[in-house]
Design a protein around this ligand. Structure first.
Ligand code: ZN
Length: 534
């Protein structure tokens, strides 16, 4: 297959720009001018790109596929203007939902309503036809449920608020139907786990959505045994449109059983790799769960929390490395990151030198002295550019004017010589790699705010932003020799775009459309009415 008359950003070492790509089977056979490629190859298919832009296939180095699939099944409540509007959406969904099945929704926000008050269960009872209903607030920190759901969860006037959570109540003590933070688990505990059929549906829906957004590979950060098995089946049956690089959640039964097996690398025609382990050391900044060295600037006395002791962390990391798995540790606060870097240093110093590529997921807030340690230890800061632009409205309140300078500190890290694998953390935030690319070089939100970028000194260049979602993400998966740039011999993973994202004004990146996604030399997504084969 020949792609001609394009603008091909190869991201090869010389950062050269070409006009055409030749693909043979699953690999790139040649890159050059259109004339040259036509001369060298006799293709079965020629695709005239008509000036469209070709990038190495985008890779999301940190996301959650099942979460996205579940979200796609939920009633979408984002932007709804009243509880009545939501009730009508639930009523429609109830009609097409099998008896006894739960109805899930996500995205309500009472601040958008005329009466800015929490809703109640009774507003849903009338429309839910006996189905339990569970609706997640836009920030994920509150649930609105109906009486059926509370009945199944055995929640009543007698129920106590759990540590770190709150049941909203009427004056007489009865629960209203809204559950905050840790109290959410009272209801979540009785939601039936997904069936294998639902897991398959969710993963396939999510994978198709990834292909539509121009992703050719996703690092699925934290999966259990059921998902591991499902991925293996889907890869074996050749049903995955995008590559999956999965990390097993730990500590967990899944990790205990899978660590004894060899990592799975390039399974199913290269579509599935499972060679990582994911664990958490702290929480998130928004909910003040990220572990900080000093107290939160807007919450005196609170330094956040660590979820694991230093010895526990050491031994899990050691275990991963000993079994040939790459450790990926979630750390957001400066204390969380410090603890993980110390653990990596200790473990790496006690084992033979090797190519381990341990990762810190998020690496959001760093002690100034820890910035150079990533490069020194060979630890990869796996970061999400859109986290900076979604957190910027309140991050400085949490951290104050000094610590904020080493938060989302891409430039500081890049200057030490490290790479930054780029991700989105979908479905927590948007999944479009073009949005992440835009955030990385602008540090502005989707409305272009602030115009010059938030702490603009930490921006990436466009070229760095492009490498962040291609080559550096490929490196994070030990795959830079196979993908991440458009060069002869590499796998034919490509993303074709309607506009030249390396040149257009920043705002136009967000209106750029994905024309075509190619994985393993196969077109896995094509925009209706996009360049057609001749
Ligand atoms: Zn995540």
């Amino acid at each position: 297959m020949l792609l001609v008359n394009g603008r091909v950003y190869t991201l090869d070492p010389a950062n050269s720009v070409a006009g055409a790509v030749a693909i043979r089977g699953t690999r790139i056979a040649g890159v050059g001018t259109s004339e040259e490629m036509r001369r060298r190859f006799v293709p079965d298919t020629v695709i005239d790109l008509r000036g469209k832009t070709v990038m190495p296939g985008f890779i999301d180095a940190h996301a959650h596929m099942s979460g996205l699939g579940q979200l796609m099944q939920s009633v979408v409540l984002v932007g709804t203007a009243s509880p009545e509007e939501i009730a009508a959406l639930v009523e429609t969904r109830a009609r097409e939902t099998p008896p006894d099945a739960w109805i899930h929704g996500r995205g309500w926000d009472q601040n958008r309503w005329e009466k800015k008050q929490f809703p109640t269960a009774s507003q849903l009872d009338a429309v839910s036809s006996g189905h339990p209903v569970i609706l997640v607030r836009i920030d994920g920190h509150a649930l609105w449920v109906n009486s059926k759901a509370m009945e199944l969860a055995h929640v009543s006037r007698e129920s106590r608020d759990p540590e770190g959570g709150k049941i909203i109540r009427f004056p007489n003590g009865d629960p209203t139907g809204v559950f905050l933070d840790e109290a959410r688990s009272l209801v979540e505990a009785v939601v039936p786990p997904a069936t294998p059929g639902e897991i398959e549906r969710d993963l396939l829906n999510a994978a198709a959505e990834c292909a539509r957004n121009g992703l050719t590979e996703v690092h699925d950060m934290g999966i259990d045994s059921l998902r591991i098995e499902m991925y293996q089946r889907l890869a074996r049956e050749n049903k995955l449109p995008v590559r999956i690089y999965a990390a097993i959640s730990a500590p967990s039964p899944a990790w205990n059983s899978w660590k004894e097996k060899d990592p799975l690398i390039g399974f199913g025609n290269g579509m599935l790799t499972i060679r990582s382990m994911k664990l958490y050391v702290d929480g998130a900044l928004g909910s003040r769960g990220a572990a900080l060295v000093d107290e939160y600037s807007d919450d005196p006395g609170n330094r956040g929390l660590t979820m694991m002791s230093a010895p526990g962390l050491d031994s899990l990391i050691r275990e991963a490395v000993a079994h040939g798995f790459q450790p990926c540790v979630h750390a957001i606060g400066d204390r969380g990151n410090h603890v993980v870097l110390n653990a990596y240093e200790k473990v790496l110093n006690s084992i033979p030198r090797g190519d381990y590529r341990p990762r810190i997921e998020h690496a959001q807030v760093l002690l100034p002295g820890d910035v150079p340690r990533f490069r020194k230890l060979g630890v990869l800061p796996s970061m999400q550019p859109i986290h900076a632009t979604s957190d910027m409205y309140w991050a400085e309140a949490r951290l104050g004017p000094v610590r904020i300078r080493n938060a989302y500190a891409w430039r500081s890290l890049l200057e030490t010589g490290t790479m930054i694998p780029g991700g989105s953390d979908f479905p927590n935030d948007g999944m479009e790699p073009l949005w992440g690319f835009y955030a990385a070089f602008t540090r502005s939100d989707r409305n272009g705010y602030p115009e010059d970028g938030w702490h603009r000194e930490q921006r990436m260049t466009r070229e760095e932003a492009a490498r962040c979602f291609t080559q550096w993400a490929a490196y994070a998966g030990f795959e830079e020799g196979q993908k991440g740039s458009i060069e002869a011999g590499k796998l034919a993973d490509l993303t074709v775009l309607s506009k030249d994202i390396m040149q257009v004004p920043p705002g136009e990146v967000l209106s750029t459309e994905v024309e075509m996604t190619v994985v393993n030399g196969r077109i896995v997504y094509q925009k209706p009415a996009s360049p057609v084969a001749q």
